[in-house]
Design a protein around this ligand. Structure first.
Ligand code: 9MR
Length: 565
């Protein structure tokens, strides 16, 4: 047995503007574990891969007016329930006087975003206008039939509208029928009648009975179980059972949720979690966020474990719009996004339980090492570089290329999941610059590495050489070019080589090794040392040098070319 939970239908408290202000300032916390919407795989993608829906209850005003709300609504969810817009007081406020504006708005949004709609709710004791409540038995039954026929009929041919809560909250906590005006006027037959009217109006929709505090196995859920069994035995078209899932961390998790779902599933009905939220006692803390996240995990796991569980609808998604604080003044923060639309640990929990690997990661990988070039030919080059590191893990590298030895702009020419990349299709005797940058799974991108300049060979045979150069390190007053790699790209040995490069004005050579470098005007000329001029075909050697430059200047030597005289 789960501990008793407080009714979700305690009278709503009306707040004065002053009270609301006081609450806002009491609740104004430093942001806890919330971060900008993670670049995680959306919940709807993950849920669909598991054959489940993941939905939310939509409020019409932010859906119409807030881009941030809409973006999350369409990106993350593949199912929508109208939080209030399809209820009786919204759709038929007086007898046969209809208002479908909110209902249509939600259905249209769902159609536009390839989402299923769950109609909520046809026959309920709450949010039903007084004109219905005061009717005698015959007129009340007729009003119920008219309401169901018109509302369900309106969307029956719309493939987005896939299911309805036909009757809602018909039990008391002890499992007896709720003493509502429906029951008191019509007796329990109103339930079977409602299902039959709904089936007649839409033969394809899944027809559900829905309630709260029925997540675990208890007197109320057992009464519901018995009713569903008995209705189905009488061929009443009950297809589905909704467990609302208004949970609160202070009452503990209904650990027999999965078992409870499974016993309903064995009756042949679909089950679903229809109104999930997990409220906490204010103030919000990270410890409470963690407990709340675990509850969300548990619900997702239970649904995944029961084949007949079609999916989960969260009752909203942002703490900005939640029924909880209005009903339970010292409780709230029940949803997976905070009131600024940042994800909370609960979001991460749902995403993870659905098989995603979100990490709320905003830290970019470190910058990769300057690429070095090898295997330079007349049309290609192989680049390799030192790996980046990342707090979560590097998922790959982008390879960027710019034309020439300076100027132009870098454009991405490929990606690699290793620390090397071969570029092909280059022009002979042409210079290119390459940079690499790293990505992580959350989409964070590192800075681009320093560039290496590559000059393709002339494409002929015989002696020839290529050169690549990398900036090993730099500071405000200078830099080191190392290694400059000279490769014999020909088919016969060479005995000497000459590399030329451009030194920007104000740059001066202050050190060199493994080569003999002279500078004249803005051109550097490097000849081999007496021990590294001889290179067999394919063989490489390296040299390097150090340059001083004005502290305001961050350019480096460029335009390396190689010749074999
Ligand atoms: O979230 C709904 C809130 O905006 C309404 O004021 C309230 C009126 O009763 O209904 C809320 O939604 C309820 C749902 O329709 C049925 N199950 C309980 C939900 C929370 O009260």
């Amino acid at each position: 047995m789960t501990p008793p939970r407080v009714s979700v239908h305690r009278a709503r408290r009306r707040f004065t503007a002053l009270t609301v202000l006081a609450l806002v300032s009491t609740f104004a916390l430093p942001v806890l574990s919330a971060s900008p919407a993670a670049a995680a795989t959306p919940l709807r993608t993950l849920a669909a891969a598991k054959g489940k829906f993941i939905g939310f209850a939509a409020a019409t005003s932010p859906l119409a007016n807030e881009a941030a709300y809409r973006t999350i609504a369409q990106t993350e969810f593949n199912q929508i329930t109208a939080e209030n817009a399809m209820k009786w007081d919204a759709t038929e406020p007086s007898d046969n006087s209809w208002n479908f504006s909110g209902a249509d708005q939600i259905v249209n949004f769902a159609v536009a975003n390839n989402q299923a709609v769950h109609g909520h709710t046809l026959v309920w004791h709450s949010q039903t206008p007084g004109w219905v409540q005061g009717l005698g038995a015959t007129a009340m039954r007729t009003a119920m039939q008219d309401h169901i026929t018109t509302l369900v009929g309106r969307y029956a041919s719309n493939t987005a509208l896939q299911s309805w809560d036909v009757v809602n909250e018909v039990f008391e906590e002890n499992g007896s029928f709720r003493s509502s005006f429906w029951y008191n006027t019509l007796g329990q037959s109103f339930i079977a009648d409602a299902f039959r009217y709904a089936r007649a109006a839409d033969p394809d929709a899944k027809l559900c009975i829905n309630d709260y505090n029925v997540e675990g196995i208890n007197a109320k859920s057992t009464a519901m179980y018995n009713l569903v069994q008995s209705l189905r035995a009488q061929n009443v078209p009950v297809d589905c059972v909704g467990f609302q899932g208004h949970l609160a961390t202070q009452y503990g998790f209904p650990s027999d949720l999965q078992q409870n779902m499974a016993r309903f599933a064995a009756l042949g009905v679909q089950v679903r979690v229809t109104e999930l939220d997990v409220r906490i006692l204010t103030p919000r803390t990270s410890a409470k966020d963690t407990v709340q996240a675990q509850y969300y995990t548990n619900v997702v796991n239970a649904c995944l474990a029961v084949t007949a569980c079609a999916g989960i609808t969260i009752w909203g998604f942002t703490d900005k719009y939640s029924w909880v604080p209005d009903t339970f003044p010292s409780e709230g923060f029940a949803l997976p996004y905070d009131s600024s639309y940042a994800v909370k640990p609960a979001y991460t929990a749902i995403n993870t339980a659905l098989g995603g690997s979100p990490n709320n990661d905003t830290q970019a990988p470190t910058t990769p090492g300057t690429p070095t070039a090898s295997g330079v030919t007349s049309s290609g080059v192989t680049l390799s570089w030192t790996a980046s590191t990342d707090n979560v893990g590097v998922s790959g590298y982008d390879i960027l290329r710019a034309p020439g030895t300076s100027g132009g702009s870098f454009a991405q020419v490929g990606t690699s999941t290793t620390t090397s990349f071969s570029d092909t299709g280059l022009s002979a005797s042409t210079s290119y610059r390459y940079q690499v940058r790293a990505r992580d799974a959350a989409g964070n991108v590192s800075a681009a590495s320093s560039a290496v300049t590559v000059t393709t060979t002339g494409g002929g045979t015989g002696g020839g050489c290529s050169v690549t150069a990398a900036v090993q390190t730099q500071w405000s007053g200078g830099y080191v070019i190392q290694p400059v790699t000279v490769t014999n790209t020909g088919t016969s040995a060479i005995s000497s080589w000459t590399v030329t490069f451009t030194l920007p004005s104000g740059h001066a050579l202050v050190g060199q090794w493994n080569g003999v470098i002279t500078v004249s005007g803005g051109t550097g000329t490097a000849k081999n040392a007496n021990y590294n001029g001889a290179l067999a075909p394919g063989q490489s050697t390296t040299f390097g040098f150090q340059v001083s430059r004005p502290s305001s200047d961050n350019s480096t030597a460029s335009g390396f070319t190689c010749a074999t005289p």
